[in-house]
Design a protein around this ligand. Structure first.
Ligand SMILES: Cc1cc2nc3c(=O)[nH]c(=O)nc-3n(C[C@H](O)[C@H](O)[C@H](O)COP(=O)(O)OP(=O)(O)OC[C@H]3O[C@@H](n4cnc5c(N)ncnc54)[C@H](O)[C@@H]3O)c2cc1C
Length: 439
């Protein structure tokens, strides 16, 4: 009897899961495996918000597998060692896994391949699992990746996307596979999660997907930047953990064919774009993609004021307080907050990116680091020295001040004072231009 292992990573779902489907096709018995990697760091799930979301998602995946006659097997330890152990114990010939793009994922893949080979077992990597278009599938002539979004998007739009795979009817495990219990958030990271954190899991993702497609999607083009309207999908954490497949999302949005759906699909292409950059340049996680020879300011008090949402610029402060409260912010708020740190305060994008990764429930290396670099002008933005004025942005995207009042109690007349601005915008703009022109 053939046995294979479906090793879950950032694809915690049963619908449209190429890894699970391939494992089922390959063998009569399948071990759905998740290894709680003891070596995972802050960039992974070892922070309270992502730990809580992961714990929810694993519990939900286990429920979905049990409804099909299976269950989730959980092991704790080193991914390669534990996976090899499970494969050896069950006699599995093949381990299936989704291809990742980070240095961590590359190391995991290399070690798995090498250690499985010792027991004459095979690792099969499925590349169209975590993104719509596999990283590396589209390249400009003579280069290994696209560095500019617009030409990438042109090619991306005409890429023939694989079809959506059904959820399996049945999953049968081999007999006697031992499993640790489902992990609890507290065992994955210390500290408490944000009070307004969304619930994780595929069931919740699909519920949100249905209501998103049924209405708000068609208004996305007009409303996604309106801070008070809260009119974006909020699907990013579900995409990050793979509770929802980006391929399925693109097919379902395209079926709607209106300006809202088209604008939304374009945003999903940004996700793929950053993934293909990171896959080709893994060092962009912590090195400038394109150096501007910045000598960033070191100003711990200003940095702390930024982290705490006390810069004195309400729209920036509201964004950072929302981040603490929900572990999430809309894209416009992320842009404003990141631009304020890197350009107005002229401080290192890495410090800001670390703060985001400590709190964002959707925080991931590709999207976070490369968006930070884009905003800082060290990444793929074709206008690296543009500077966002937070007052102009607030007038444009929160004209009635509803967003800032939602997050800043002091502006609701709560008897508190909003801090005075920590920096003068004109002086900050002059400083930035001077530093960048000295390049
Ligand atoms: C400084 C900064 C840091 C960011 N860090 C992250 C991060 O760690 N993880 C993350 O998933 N996104 C990140 N983003 C991208 C984007 O802001 C979020 O994906 C989006 O706001 C999530 O909300 P939503 O699901 O409602 O998005 P929607 O507006 O509904 O968009 C749909 C989906 O498209 C994708 N998307 C949208 N904008 C972008 C973008 N600029 N880059 C890549 N994908 C995009 C996301 O998967 C998102 O869920 C960051 C952006 C900035 C400017």
């Amino acid at each position: 009897m053939r046995v294979s292992v479906a090793l879950f990573t950032a694809d915690l779902r049963v619908h449209d899961n190429p890894v699970l489907q391939a494992a089922l096709k390959d063998a009569e018995r399948v071990v759905p495996l998740f290894v709680v990697d003891s070596g995972i760091r802050r960039t992974g799930f070892a922070v309270p918000n992502r730990a809580a979301f992961l714990a929810d998602s694993l519990a939900d995946l286990d429920r979905a597998l049990r409804a099909r006659g299976g269950r989730l097997v959980v092991r704790v330890g080193d991914v390669a060692e534990e996976t090899c152990r499970v494969a050896a114990q069950t006699g599995a010939a093949v381990v299936h896994i989704a291809g990742g793009v980070s240095r961590y994922a590359a190391r995991r893949e290399d070690r798995l391949r090498a250690e499985l080979a010792v027991g004459r077992r095979e690792l099969r990597v499925h590349d169209a699992s975590l993104t719509v278009v596999p990283p590396g599938a589209l390249t400009p002539v003579g280069k290994d990746h696209f560095a500019v979004f617009t030409p990438y998007f042109r090619r991306w739009e005409s890429f023939s996307v694989r079809g959506v795979l059904p959820a399996p009817d049945a999953v049968r495990l081999p007999d006697d596979v031992g499993s640790a219990g489902l992990p609890r958030a507290q065992s994955l990271a210390s500290g408490s999660a944000s009070p307004g954190l969304p619930a994780g899991g595929e069931a919740e993702a699909r519920r949100r997907l249905r209501s998103w497609l049924a209405g708000p999607l068609s208004a996305y083009d007009d409303r996604h930047d309106d801070l008070a309207a809260d009119a974006t999908s909020r699907l990013s954490p579900y995409l990050h953990f793979g509770c929802l497949s980006p391929t399925e999302l693109v097919h379902r949005a395209r079926a709607q064919d209106d300006p809202g759906a088209r604008a939304f699909v374009r945003q999903l292409a940004w996700r793929d774009f950053h993934h293909q950059v990171l896959a080709a340049r893994p060092d962009a996680a912590d090195h400038d993609y394109r150096t501007r020879h910045d000598r960033w300011r070191h100003a711990p008090k200003e940095f702390a004021a930024w982290q705490d949402g006390r810069t004195g610029y309400p729209v920036v402060d509201a964004a950072l307080r929302q981040l603490r409260h929900e572990g999430w912010m809309p894209g416009r708020a992320r842009l404003l907050a990141a631009s304020f740190l890197t350009k107005t305060l002229y401080m290192d994008w890495r410090a800001g990116a670390r703060h985001f990764l400590d709190l964002l429930v959707d925080g991931d290396v590709a999207n976070n680091q490369l968006n930070w670099q884009w905003v800082a002008g060290t990444g793929t933005d074709t206008r690296p020295n543009r500077l966002l004025n937070p007052l102009v942005q607030a007038r444009r995207y929160d004209p009635r001040g509803e967003y800032v009042r939602r997050w800043l109690p002091e502006l609701r007349g709560a008897g508190l004072d909003h801090p005075a601005p920590i920096v003068d915008l004109a002086e900050a703009a002059a400083r930035f231009r001077e530093r960048r022109s000295a390049d």
